[in-house]
Design a protein around this ligand. Structure first.
Ligand SMILES: Nc1nc2c(ncn2[C@@H]2O[C@@H]3COP(=O)(O)O[C@H]4[C@@H](O)[C@H](n5cnc6c(=O)[nH]c(N)nc65)O[C@@H]4COP(=O)(O)O[C@H]3[C@H]2O)c(=O)[nH]1
Length: 712
């Protein structure tokens, strides 16, 4: 379309048309405008419309122009806009000098062209009634739409307000309740028609508040002024006085000053709180005894240390380990074990004051923190009372169960300044108490710590010892008492320690047992001993009775029989050439499974000896029921028999009884000819001891044997 045609079209329109650019400068001014304003197009083009009609500044017309240019949004202004209309002169009605405004309907619309923003102002003269009527009708239709829109929105809001399960309370600047939705009425328990007589602070409060009605409405309103809304966990006290935890969100409904409204939007979080509490309890309390657990104890101990740092008072930490708990658990089952732990917890609690903390540390270990201690004596008194508590039996599943307690005590600040150090030291002291005979208590000493550190070092070294091939077997000969011929050997382990030289088992077997390495070491011993036995048979043409010590863990290892069968088969050795030595105490530890294991070993065909006989409390009558072949009299009897006649009598009695039970007897620790004479006299079967030969390496054993044979 040509510019000329465009100009003619807008000049022919019977309405004012003004087009403004982004700076509100006039780019189009039609003939109607020239006529009604008396201002020519040439005079207006390029001029700012608001500079010409200054009285439009700050009016709705200016705002509408701004909206069209900057928000791309149209406006319709119509009415008798006395102030905010274009001051146009209707020449046909009034004289040029008589400034009379006409009634206008003004549309201000945005227009985008070639990436530029324009604003088109159309001015209609509606001074005549029919035009005015039309404009009014348009306006009324617009208003109807607006009202309908508002009603729809209102309906939606009302539905949400009435049906939501969350409580909504609207209140004023004084906290007075103005409205509440059905959920809020239900949660507060206040009748609907009475709710507006109440104040928000009568029901809603801070969670930690201990003063009733302490909700500070002014402070809440202050916070809302800064943030518009905020959320907090609070409590709702209903009409009956019951407290419910809620999650509350406060909001403001802006109004003119002083008439502002506020609302609280809240929901009942009882279930969430219960779940949180459950989780908290699970994380901090022991489920079996209901006592504090390790985490909670450590925190309380840390707190106590911080407090006592200032007061200078002593804290005592008890590490309590139950004696014989494992055997009760194994025999009566886990639920009985749990019941026993619960009873122990209750019994220990009776020995504690309110300010003390008792916790279950792990398994059958308890820890106790005594505060307000002034001297060691108080800790001793508590320890003695606890040990005395265990003198009485625990009644479980119609059985009276006797267990004991060993206690280690560490004290703050002397024995450590952190919870970890104090508990470790108390544990070390407990270990010492246990080693010294159970049912005891010991205070921590630095010496214990040194010993423990040494143990830990040994544990690490032991782990490497197998791979580094640092173990070696020595063999101690055993002879037939009557003939003097070799009857067998006992394999005894040695550790070629890289720094400490050759170590005997007394210095490391216990550590290996405690740290679980004994099975791996024992497996190596069995393999080595069986392989040596096979070599012997090959070299001398006769089988050698090889005795091997078995630790309780190995004895209870489910794979033991299969392992032995495989090892013996691999070298083609008869099972009857292998004798397994099990100590008397280990055999009586668990009667039921002992029988099962021994029977399986017997079926395999290996021999079984009861080692260190006389040191335990087993009756010969019980031993009779066990499928064993040999009884080894503990060497202690022979050491003592040199000075005490009674022991000679006991040795005689044991040999007689063992023979009566058809058991072979080996006397261990024979160092003198007199002892040898006694054995001969009592017809003891086999003798072992330094008199015959000390434990020796395999090469030496072979030479020893060679020399024996050549003498004959
Ligand atoms: N004073 C004196 N002592 C004598 C005499 N004759 C033998 N002995 C010592 O008595 C211990 C006999 O072994 P045990 O009672 O089974 O006692 C063994 C056994 O219980 C354990 N042991 C040794 N080797 C092994 C092993 O391979 N595995 C396991 N689990 N324990 C082992 O270590 C304990 C100590 O072994 P060793 O130090 O080799 O000590 C050996 C031996 O050297 C004597 O006439 N006088």
């Amino acid at each position: 379309m040509t510019r000329e045609l465009y100009k003619n079209i807008i000049d022919s329109v019977s309405a004012g048309v003004i087009v403004l650019d982004e700076d509100t400068a006039v780019v189009s001014w039609n003939r109607w405008m020239e006529k009604r304003s008396g201002i020519r197009r040439e005079d207006m083009l390029g001029k700012r419309v608001l500079d010409t009609f200054t009285e439009l500044q700050g009016t709705r017309i200016e705002r509408a122009i701004d909206k069209a240019l900057h928000q791309n949004s149209p406006s319709v202004l119509s009415a008798k806009l006395m102030k905010a209309s274009f001051p146009l002169y209707n020449e046909s009605i009034v004289s040029r000098h008589n400034h009379q405004r006409i009634v206008q309907s003004i549309q201000i619309k945005p227009l985008q062209q070639d990436d530029k923003q324009f604003c088109v102002i159309s001015i209609f003269d509606i001074s005549t009634s029919d035009l005015r009527e039309r404009a009014l009708r348009t306006q009324s239709a617009m208003l109807t739409d607006l009202v309908r829109d508002l009603e729809e929105k209102d309906h939606e809001l009302n539905t949400i307000f009435n049906s939501t399960q969350n409580g909504i309370i609207i209140f004023d600047i004084n906290g007075q309740i103005l409205n509440a939705n059905p959920a809020a009425i239900r949660l507060t328990g206040v009748p609907h028609d009475e709710i507006t007589d109440h104040y928000i602070y009568q029901y809603i409060d801070h969670i930690s508040s201990d003063t009733f009605n302490s909700l500070d409405v002014e402070a809440i309103i202050g916070r809302l002024a800064d943030h518009n809304e905020f959320e907090e966990e609070m409590t709702l006290t209903n009409h009956e006085g019951n407290m419910v935890p809620i999650k509350a969100s406060f909001n403001i409904i802006p109004h003119e000053e002083k008439r502002s409204r506020f609302y609280i939007f809240f929901r009942d979080i009882t279930r969430q709180k219960k779940a949180e509490e459950k989780l908290y309890r699970m994380a901090r309390f022991d489920s079996v005894t209901g006592l504090d657990n390790r985490i909670s104890f450590t925190e309380k101990l840390e707190y106590a240390i911080n407090i006592h740092k200032r007061s200078g008072q002593t804290l005592s930490i008890f590490f309590i380990d139950l004696d014989r708990f494992k055997s009760v658990n194994d025999k009566l089952g886990h639920s009985a074990g749990d019941a026993l732990l619960k009873m122990v917890g209750e019994r220990l609690s009776t020995r504690c004051r309110d300010c003390d903390t008792l916790a279950r540390w792990a398994g059958d270990e308890f820890v106790l923190l005594l505060e307000q201690q002034t001297h060691q004596r108080s800790a001793i008194t508590v320890a003695e009372k606890i040990i005395a508590e265990f003198q009485k039996p625990f009644h479980i599943e119609a059985t009276d169960v006797f267990i004991g307690a060993s206690i280690g005590i560490a004290q703050y600040p002397e024995d450590g300044s952190t919870p970890e150090a104090l508990v470790i030291h108390a544990d070390q002291a407990m270990y010492q108490a246990k080693n010294e005979g159970k049912g005891n208590f010991r205070f921590f000493t630095e010496e214990m710590n040194a010993r423990m550190t040494e143990r830990l070092v040994m544990e690490t070294e032991l782990r490497n010892a197998i791979d580094q091939e640092e173990f070696q077997l020595f063999y101690q000969p055993q002879i037939d008492v009557l003939s003097g011929n070799i009857a067998g050997v006992e394999a005894l382990i040695r550790w070629n320690h890289p720094k400490r030289g050759l170590l005997t088992p007394d210095s490391f077997i216990e550590v290996a047992e405690d740290c679980g390495l004994i099975t791996a070491i024992g497996d190596w011993v069995l393999q080595e001993a069986i392989s040596i036995s096979a070599q012997w048979q090959k070299r001398f043409g006769t089988p050698l009775m090889m005795s091997v010590n078995l630790s309780p863990k190995q004895f209870n290892d489910d794979t033991l029989v299969a392992k032995l069968r495989r090892l013996l088969h691999a070298v083609g050795l008869a099972p009857s050439t292998l004798m397994l030595e099990i100590t008397e105490n280990d055999l009586i530890a668990d009667h039921q499974s002992t029988h099962l294991i021994l029977n399986a070993l017997k079926t395999l065909g290996v021999k079984i000896a009861i080692d260190d006989f006389g040191t335990g409390y087993s009756s010969l009558a019980y031993l009779r029921t066990l499928p064993v072949d040999t009884l080894k009299i503990d060497k202690e009897f022979f050491v003592r028999s040199r000075s005490d006649d009674t022991d000679s009598h006991i040795i005689s009695a044991i040999i007689d009884l063992a023979h009566a039970l058809k058991l072979e007897v080996i006397a261990e620790g024979i160092e003198t000819y007199t002892q040898m004479e006694l054995l001969k006299m009592k017809k003891c079967d086999i003798a072992q001891g330094f008199l015959i030969g000390k434990p020796m390496a395999f090469d030496t054993l072979q030479r020893w044997y060679d020399s024996k044979i050549s003498v004959r």
